[in-house]
Design a binder for this molecule. Sequence first.
Ligand code: GDP
Ligand code: MG
Length: 345
Amino acid sequence: MELEILIYAIGGLAALSGALGFGYYSFKKKTPSKTTSLSSSPRKDYRSLEDALKKTKEGFWGKLSNTLAGKDSISKKEIDDIEEALYTSDLGPKTVDHLITRVGSIIEEKSSTIQTLHQSLKEEINKIFSSVNTDSQQLKTNGSTTVWMVVGVNGAGKTTTIGKLASQQVALGKRVLIAAGDTFRAAADEQLKVWATRAEVEIFSPEGIKDPSSVACVSIKKGESKDFDIVIIDTAGRLHTQKNLMEELKKMKRVMEKAMPSAPHETLLVLDANSGQNALMQTEQFHSALDVTGVILTKMDGSAKGGVAVGIACEHKLPIKMIGVGEKIEDLRPFNSVEFVDSIL
Ligand code: GDP
Ligand code: MG
């Protein structure tokens, strides 16, 4: 009996210290640790990728398997049905054409089973992702101060993503400065300040400067002179169709190049996965104006339209560098295309 009590007491103490230890580590975000590295192994507190992509899977393979329910083999008629299902799956028409041509001929050549369809779709989508230069998958850094410019329409998740990115870099031991380059939206700098506090990084948000290009220029100069490793520059959103915005962003980029000839080292386009095929149009617009170097796809949690990632890779040959899987600071993951394809198919 006494022994039993002793065992319970030890067990209780162990549980308590475990809980305290966990609390300490989750509070002490700054500690560089394996779990906060940029490797693709998920952090413990991340929901699994498969979990986050559940709706995308339902919207993608779910649709296809419904189309094919009860059929043993696939003929021309089924291929047409698949094509139709794919057209409504946010991949974009160009990507669907590409896939149907490939998959159709594989099915004709080999066997016409659902397994072959599943396998060949998987292979072809993996090929699309690997046709995008994989060296560009990692966020580029510079020997000294690195500059990342973050662009995208209003509400896409730019400011939130900057907070998450800053926090990850801090965890890697980097000194980060974030610049409030969205001088257009009321209270945009307040929101960025909240993220700066959360990520424990410095913010450059001068009261007197209302010109975003000046904010960009001065923040780069400050980043260089004060030895920051990374300067992340927020920008205004508005509508991608608005010509003024594109002109303003182009000017901002030119000014950055003047301030530091190699800057920006990344021009990251933030896209809301829920915007589906509209995200492809946004990519077109931003890429042609700014030579985007990579995409961050946010709100993959709960979106059924994550399939747009395939369209971005196929149509625009741009790498998806990261995905947002929630609103919390830790909800940003590196994009691993193989994991992604496995999760949606
Ligand atoms: P911005 O206008 O582009 O700067 O967008 P914000 O950063 O202000 O984000 C707009 C909204 O999207 C906010 O409510 C964020 O919390 C939310 N958000 C951003 N990223 C994610 C994500 O990955 N998942 C979810 N669920 N919400 C997100
Ligand atoms: Mg913002």
